[in-house]
Design a protein around this ligand. Structure first.
Ligand code: CMC
Length: 424
């Protein structure tokens, strides 16, 4: 691919191009300002590449999502979440012994320092578990102060993945006033999480394999999604050489927003509202079309996917199967299907290429698994953890990484003299 040319104020500038392994083309504008004094303006970064990355490939037109080259459909069907963690972070699928060691690490690092329990005690029972997760992940940096050292990175990666489900489950137990359940070394990552969430000291708890499989699937589907809002946040914070824990905690906060990972909670709340309003789908589709209402169909639309979200396709199918296998009769599933049908036939949604995204059906499955609504975004965060970690690691290991520092076009007042308080 040849150079690109920009004609600005009758002067021509040549800019080099970069071509990715899937033929994606970028124009390298990194030296453009120095030559021309002009910057490129792209609010929301819809057309700006912030890095070169070998982790995840998305083709939004064709609905393709691949981690390290492996199609999401194959990983969803055949892989375990811990395999996917290893794949994302270290670049290749683990061999038998590597996976065994990785799984053992995830098990043996799953306990929290006992002192951390005191931190949980300070939160009100109504505390949102995303706030707890973010602050507890930041707190891990105080227990593992050498997280910034390169030769300690692998063990801290392990700690973070292993301890996050423990933090998540403890925040739930705290909210419902039940005693904390400790992780067990004879359980897998997914079994352990369900055990810590749902076991009570008074009786034995057996993990339902249907629930465990559904959890594995959901975690894999959320594991990475290239340079989205939370991942870019993680990279940006990490670009200042902030340690792994605090960089990830920032990503957790970014994920919480209802336009990002917080949408899964909002979808269920919306479906319940529609149900309580007599299942009047059309009313809510009309409301979403009316910009003055401020209402959006949650779980619809995506910055990148413009024909379908492959994760939503997998989850729509899985929702049927999981509810069926668990014997759960969930009226919200029917409402979701009908709402999808009405919206997909509507000109407004067709024109704007708005389709259900990953969050549209995930909440229905979480509910059937017994996960409370407030925990939905935490589930997303547990899944996204290996993605954030791999992107952080790639950013730190890339010699081209500089501290992230975008520019702006200033639109405020030009220079003026200070006016003393008596003269204002
Ligand atoms: N309901 C109604 N209208 C919508 C919706 C929606 N869910 N999403 C986008 N639009 C309209 C929007 O009003 C705009 O219309 P117009 O061109 O007439 O001004 C047009 O579609 C383009 O929207 P946009 O906000 O410019 O698109 P974006 O790429 O900036 O936003 C989005 C993407 C996901 C934030 C947005 O579609 C949205 O708010 N969806 C609902 C929240 C949601 O489900 N978020 C989860 C995203 S997937 C999980 C994740 O990875 O975070």
């Amino acid at each position: 691919m040849g150079n690109a040319k920009i004609l600005l104020d009758e002067k021509e500038y040549e800019l080099p191009t970069v071509v990715g392994s899937e033929d994606e083309v970028g124009i390298d504008i990194s030296k453009f300002r120095a030559q021309s004094r002009a910057i490129t303006l792209d609010s929301g970064y819809g057309n700006t590449g912030s890095c070169q990355s070998a982790i995840t490939f998305i083709n939004g037109e064709k609905g393709i999502l691949r981690y390290r080259g492996y199609p999401i459909e194959q990983l969803a069907k055949q892989a375990s979440f811990s395999e996917v963690c290893y794949l994302l972070i270290y670049g290749e699928l683990p061999g038998g012994q590597q996976l065994e060691e990785f799984n053992r690490g995830l098990t043996y690092h799953s306990m929290l320092h006992e002192d951390m329990k005191k931190l949980f005690e300070g939160y009100p029972p109504t505390a949102h578990p995303m706030a707890i997760l973010s602050s507890m992940v930041t707190s891990l940096a105080t227990y593992y102060p050498h997280a910034h050292l390169e030769d300690r990175l692998d063990v801290n990666i392990m700690r973070l993945i292993a301890k996050a489900p423990t933090i998540a489950a403890l925040s739930y137990k705290k909210a419902i006033g039940q005693p904390f359940i400790y992780p067990r070394n004879d359980m897998s990552y997914t079994e352990n999480f369900l055990h810590m969430m749902f076991a009570v000291p008074a009786e034995p708890y057996t993990v339902n394999p249907v629930v465990e499989r559904a959890l594995n699937l959901l975690l894999i589907l959320h594991a990475d999604h290239e340079q989205n809002c939370s991942t870019s946040t993680v990279r940006m914070v990490g670009s200042s050489h902030a340690n792994l824990y605090v960089s990830i905690a920032a990503g957790i906060s970014a994920l919480w927003g209802p336009l990002h990972g917080g949408a899964n909670q909002k979808v269920i709340e919306m479906l319940k509202m529609i149900h309580a309003d007599g299942d009047n789908y059309q009313k809510y589709v009309d409301k979403a079309k009316d910009k003055s209402s401020g209402f959006r169909l949650m779980g619809f639309g995506h910055r990148v996917y413009k024909n379908f979200d492959p994760r939503a396709r997998i989850l729509k199918e899985a929702a049927d199967a999981v509810l069926d296998q668990l014997g759960v009769d969930e009226p919200l599933l029917e409402i979701a299907r009908n709402l999808e049908k009405v919206a997909l036939e509507d000109e407004f949604f067709i024109e704007r290429r708005l389709y259900p995204n990953v969050d549209f059906y995930s909440g229905i499955i979480y509910s059937a698994m017994g996960i409370p609504t407030k925990m939905f975004t935490v589930m997303f965060a547990l899944g996204r953890l290996p993605g954030w970690i791999s992107q952080w690691k790639e950013m730190r290991e890339d010699p081209k990484t500089k501290i992230n520092r975008p520019r702006q076009i200033y639109t405020g007042a030009t220079e003026r003299a200070y006016v003393s308080i008596d003269d204002r």
